[in-house]
Design a binder for this molecule. Structure first.
Ligand code: ZN
Ligand code: FE
Length: 256
C-alpha cells in the first residue's frame, strides 16, 4: 500500500503525507497546524519527516512536530536547519516506512536543495521547489547553470515518475509557458485540463515527468520547437547552450 495525500498550507503550499502499511511520513512540513488537524482526524502518528531545503515554508512546522514523531527528521547537509537528525546528500539512500529513497542534490533554488526519489512501490519524486508543474523554482542561491543541471538530473528519471512538488503554481506557470511556446498543442490542452481542476478545487499535483517534458518550458530548453518559438527574443542561431536558454527563460519570467 502506498498513499500520498496533500495537506494544504499557507496560500499555495502542499505538505505531502506518505502512508504505507508501515507508517506515515511527511515531506516539507512548513506549518504544523494543518498537519496536526489531519493526523488527529486520521488518528495516525508520524514516523519520519523529509526536508528538501531550508526555506521557512518547508521547515516551519518542525519545532512543534519533532516531539511528536517516532522516527527521524532527514534533510540536506545544511547546519543552519535546526532539528535535523540525519543529513543526506547525492547518492545516499534512506529507508522510511518501508520505502527506499535515493537522494539527489539539486542546487539552484537554494544551494542545499535535495530531492527524494523512490521506486519501491512506484516511481515517485519529492522535489520541493525544483520542478513545478509548468515551471521551476526561482534561482535564489545558485546559478542558472546549476539549476539547469539539477533539472537535467531529474529529467533522466523514468517518464512515468510522479512528481510531488511543494506548490500549486500550475495555472500561473502555464500562462508564462504559453508566452514562450504559444503553438504547443499539448500545453494548450494541459492548460484547459488544469483550469478545470482548479475550478473544482482539485490539485494539479502530482504531475508526471512525461507530462512535464511535453509542456514545461524549463525542461524543454534543448527542444528545437521551443528554441524556434523564442528565436525573435534570443539569438539561438549561434547554438546557445541549454543553460543559456534556461537562463533567458528564467530571467524573462522573473521580469514579468
Ligand atoms: Zn523554497
Ligand atoms: Fe517553497
Amino acid at each position: 500500500m502506498l498513499k500520498i495525500s496533500p495537506i494544504n498550507a499557507f496560500s499555495d503550499n502542499y505538505i505531502w503525507l506518505i502512508q504505507t502499511n508501515e507508517g506515515n511520513t511527511l515531506v516539507d512540513p512548513g506549518d504544523s497546524k494543518p498537519i496536526i488537524s489531519t493526523i488527529d482526524k486520521l488518528s495516525i502518528t508520524i514516523d519520519d519527516i523529509l526536508i528538501t531545503h531550508h526555506h521557512y515554508d518547508h521547515i516551519g512546522g518542525l519545532e512543534s512536530l519533532k516531539p511528536l514523531i517516532k522516527g527521524s527528521v532527514i534533510g540536506p547537509k545544511n547546519n543552519s536547519i535546526d532539528l535535523l537528525d540525519k543529513h543526506v546528500g547525492e547518492g545516499d539512500t534512506i529507508k522510511s516506512i518501508g520505502l527506499e529513497f535515493s537522494i539527489f542534490e539539486v542546487p539552484g533554488h537554494t544551494l542545499d536543495h535535495i530531492a527524494f526519489y523512490s521506486e519501491t512501490e512506484k516511481e515517485v519524486l519529492f522535489c520541493g521547489d525544483t520542478i513545478f508543474s509548468g515551471g521551476c523554482g526561482r534561482v535564489f542561491e545558485g546559478t542558472f547553470e546549476q539549476m539547469n543541471h539539477s533539472l537535467e538530473k531529474l529529467m533522466s528519471l523514468p517518464s512515468k515518475t510522479e512528481i510531488y512538488c511543494a506548490h500549486e503554481y500550475t495555472l500561473s506557470n502555464l500562462k508564462f509557458a504559453l508566452l514562450a511556446e504559444p503553438n504547443n498543442l499539448n500545453l494548450k490542452e494541459y492548460q484547459l485540463d488544469s483550469t478545470d481542476k482548479r475550478k473544482n478545487n482539485i490539485p494539479t499535483i502530482p504531475t508526471t515527468l512525461g507530462q512535464e517534458l511535453q509542456i514545461n518550458p524549463f525542461l524543454r530548453v534543448a527542444e528545437i520547437s521551443l528554441r524556434e518559438a523564442i528565436s525573435d527574443k534570443l539569438d539561438t542561431s549561434n547554438q546557445a547552450s541549454n543553460a543559456e536558454v534556461f537562463g533567458f527563460l528564467r530571467s524573462w519570467k522573473d521580469s514579468l
